[in-house]
Design a protein around this ligand. Structure first.
Ligand SMILES: *Cc1c(COP(=O)(O)O)cnc(C)c1O
Length: 230
């Protein structure tokens, strides 16, 4: 029992540390900001997630539909007010499952996905909150709509597919100053009439908050190193 007890203690403390850093950053900026901390639990099992739920945290992120399906329906039986975000790429053949599993999908990035999500949500009479993922660094291997197409795509999602687009999301290139990408996302969002921005991870969330982030997605700073766990 010693092992699990130690790891329990760690993740709860780490969550508290991150929360304190968020508060400090907000105070430093001298604004009243409402930041949602999405705890990214990918690669960690229910046992590792449980302590975070037990101290009252409810907003989580997963990057794969199959993995989420294996963990969260069971956890939701105990904690009915969980808010689960999909933060990884969505294939259209997984859209039906995603609509049933998640409360928020942060990775809408192409017409096909917008169309299939609209169909599936209609079928189940669900109205998920959605984010459009923007490939701010125009990286070939990365998901996301190109920056120059973002505003038109948001408008099309809203007016043609009647989707509830709440904001924009980005994952900056690892080797660049993230601030430039956060600034671009915020600018595009404002131009599209949106006010929610999912940006900032364990290493750069304080920078992201300074650039107007409203949702930070924190994995390793709470749960520890993923490669050591798997
Ligand atoms: C894994 C992941 C995160 C969390 O990353 P950390 O660096 O561990 O905080 C955030 N966003 C996305 C899209 C991810 O896939």
């Amino acid at each position: 029992m010693i092992g699990p007890q130690i790891s329990t203690h760690d993740s709860v403390n780490a969550l508290q540390d991150v929360s304190i850093k968020i508060e400090k950053k907000i105070a430093e900026l001298g604004k009243s900001l409402d930041i949602t901390l999405v705890a990214v639990s990918k690669a960690f099992n229910a046992q590792k997630i449980m302590p975070i739920l037990e101290v009252g945290h409810r907003v989580f992120g997963e990057n794969r539909v199959q993995e989420a399906k294996a963990k969260w329906p069971m956890l939701r039986q105990t904690f009915s007010d969980i808010e689960l975000h999909l933060i990884g790429p969505l294939q259209s053949n997984k859209a039906a499952e995603a609509v049933q599993l998640f409360d928020v999908i942060e990775t809408v990035d192409r017409e096909k996905i917008a169309m299939v999500l609209a169909q599936e949500m209609k079928k189940y009479d669900k109205h998920l909150r959605l984010y459009v993922q923007v490939n701010t660094g125009s990286e070939l291997q990365k998901a996301g709509i190109p920056p120059q197409d973002t505003i038109a795509f948001v408008k099309r999602c809203q007016t043609f597919h009647h989707l509830n687009i709440e904001g924009l999301m980005c994952i900056p290139p690892t080797d660049e100053n993230p601030g430039l990408h956060f600034a671009l996302l915020e600018k595009l969002g404002r131009e599209a009439g949106l006010s929610k921005f999912s940006m900032g991870m364990s290493k750069d969330f304080e920078t992201a908050i300074a650039f107007g982030s409203t949702n930070i997605r924190i994995g390793s700073a709470i749960f520890g190193c993923r490669s050591a766990m798997t």
